[in-house]
Design a protein around this ligand. Sequence first.
Ligand SMILES: O=c1[nH]cnc2c(CCNCC3CCCCC3)c3[nH]c(NCc4cccs4)nc3cc12
Ligand SMILES: [Zn+2]
Length: 374
Amino acid sequence: MTAIKYELIKKDKQTGARLGVVHTPHGSFDTPAFMPVGTQATVKTMAPEEVKEMGAGIILSNTYHLWLRPGNDIIREAGGLHKFMNWDRAILTDSGGFQVFSLSDMRKIEEEGVHFRNHLNGDKLFLSPEKSMQIQNDLGSDIMMAFDECPPFPATYEYMKASVERTSRWAERCLTAHTNTDKQGLFGIIQGGEFEELRKQSAKDLISLDFPGYAIGGLSVGEPKDVMNRVLEFTAPLMPDNKPRYLMGVGSPDSLIDGAIRGIDMFDCVLPTRIARNGTFFTSKGRLVIKGAANARDFGPIDDKCDCYTCKNYSRAYIRHLFKAEETFGMRLASYHNLHFLMKLMEKIRQAIREDRLLDFKEEFFEEYGYNKP
Ligand SMILES: O=c1[nH]cnc2c(CCNCC3CCCCC3)c3[nH]c(NCc4cccs4)nc3cc12
Ligand SMILES: [Zn+2]
C-alpha cells in the first residue's frame, strides 16, 4: 500500500470544505486537521502524552534545525525521529528550504540548490533537493515535503515565473532522490504567489508527477488575508480531490476556518505555542493578554467555554502571577490551552461539515471571537 492514503468521507453542501481521514504508517488523523509544530523535536514545553491527549494525530518537525542540531546522523542512529522524541503517531517534516529563506539573510539561490550561512555559527552551508531528501529520510518522517523556494512577498511576475519553474524542477529531483520507500510519502508544494496563471502552471507540473499529497506554499508571508483567500479560491480546486491539501504556515482561528471552507485539509502554524510563551491566550471571545492588571484578581478560568486542563484547574490570577514571576509552568499552561483551543476548533469545523453548516459556524465563531468588530 502507498505510504499515505487520503479517504474522503463527505463534502460540505454549503462550501468547498471536506471531511476526510489521512492514513499513514504511524496511524490516521481526521481532517481538516491542525498539526502542532515541534520545531526541534519537541512541541515546546509539552510532553508527547499531553499532545496526544489533546487529540493530535500528527506533528511537524523541522529538517533545517535537526540537520544542524543534533544532526540527522544522530537521529538516524537513534532509530529515527519517532523513537528519538518518543512520538509514535505521524510526523511531517518540512524540506528545510523555508528556514533558509526566513532565518538566513546571507544566501545564494542556484539551480543546484541554496548556499547560505548556519544561523547558529555562521558556517557556510548548502542545501539541495537531494540533500533535503537524504536528511528527511534519516529522520524517518511519514510525510516529507519537497524542496521548494518560497518567494518573498511581493514578487514580480517574472521573478515568480522563474521561481515556479525551478521549484517544479526541484520537485522532480526530490521524487528521483526519494527512496520511494513504502514508509514515507512525499508531498509537492504548489507555488506561484498571487498569479493565477503561475499557480495553474505549478499545479499542472506537480500533479503530472503524481505525489500522494500536495501543499500550497507561498502564502501567509505578509499578504493581506483577502489576497490569501482569493489565491486559495482558485488554487485548491486545481488540486486532486482524492489527495490531502496542506496549506503551509496557517494559521490564526479565522484563517483555519476560511481555509477549511476553501477545501484545505491540513494546517500548521507556530502561533499557539509562540504567543503562549509571552502569555497571550486564544479564547472564545478573542485574544487575552494575561499580564494585564485586570486579571490580577480574576479568579475565573482563562476561558469559561474551555474544558482543558489549564481552564479546569487554574485561575487567570494564578496564571498571571506565574508569568509575572517568570515561572515556566505558566508557559506550559498557556501552550496546553492554546493548542487545545485550536484542536477543539478543528473538531468543531469537522462537526459543522458533518452537519452541512460550516458557513453558519463561521458566522457564530467570528461574532463571538470579535472578528466582526470594526
Ligand atoms: O512556501 C512555503 N514552502 C515551505 N514552507 C513554508 C512555510 C513553513 C511552514 N511551516 C513549517 C514548520 C516546520 C516545523 C517547524 C515550524 C515550521 C510557511 N510558513 C508560512 N507562514 C508562517 C510563517 C512563519 C514564519 C514566518 S512566516 N508561509 C509559508 C510558506 C512555505
Ligand atoms: Zn483552556
